[in-house]
Design a protein around this ligand. Structure first.
Ligand code: FEO
Length: 164
């Protein structure tokens, strides 16, 4: 059975993942409103991934006979800047998520919760991938700027992202 401390921490992370999904959906709406349909699609796929992260944690918690305590999901902002500003914000957001996952992993290690430690390794690896893919987009956007024709090409490319 999972400890109360770890249970609370996992419940909090479920909420954080659900907030990420909300945030990406809000961003998708904002990009759609600016006619960046490819970015909007990319962000909607990302939102679905975040829901998947929440589900993985939820399933783990229940498998460990923990108590699921869902919390209110904070409302995300509705106004964002252009693509550059938005992806800069995403990178910052994902770095914050990485810090949360690392803290959770540390908690599992320090309390000798081996099952949680092993489960959380997937999330540690996933964050490396998330930060890497977002950094690449940030670099490309900064290289082309978000006003010229190249950004529309990038928009089309990113719109090819499919659900994994
Ligand atoms: Fe669930 Fe984007 O980290």
């Amino acid at each position: 059975m999972i400890s109360k401390t770890m249970q609370d921490a996992i419940n909090a992370q479920i909420n954080a993942e659900q907030y990420s999904a909300q945030l990406y959906l809000a961003m998708a709406g904002a990009m759609e409103a600016k006619s960046f349909q490819g970015l909007s699609k990319w962000l909607r796929v990302q939102a679905a991934e975040e829901t998947g992260h929440a589900m993985k944690l939820l399933e783990f918690l229940l498998d460990r006979r923990g108590t699921l305590e869902l919390q209110t999901i904070a409302a995300p902002p509705s106004e964002f800047g252009g693509p550059i500003e938005l992806f800069d914000e995403i990178l910052k957001h994902e770095e914050g998520v990485t810090a949360k996952i690392n803290a959770l992993y540390e908690l599992a290690k320090s309390t000798k919760d081996h099952a949680s430690e092993i489960r959380l390794q997937w999330f540690v690896t996933e964050q490396v991938e998330e930060e890497s893919s977002v950094s690449l987009i940030v670099d490309r956007l900064h290289a082309v700027g978000d006003k010229g024709g190249a950004v529309w090409y990038l928009d089309k490319e990113l719109g090819k992202r499919a659900k994994e």
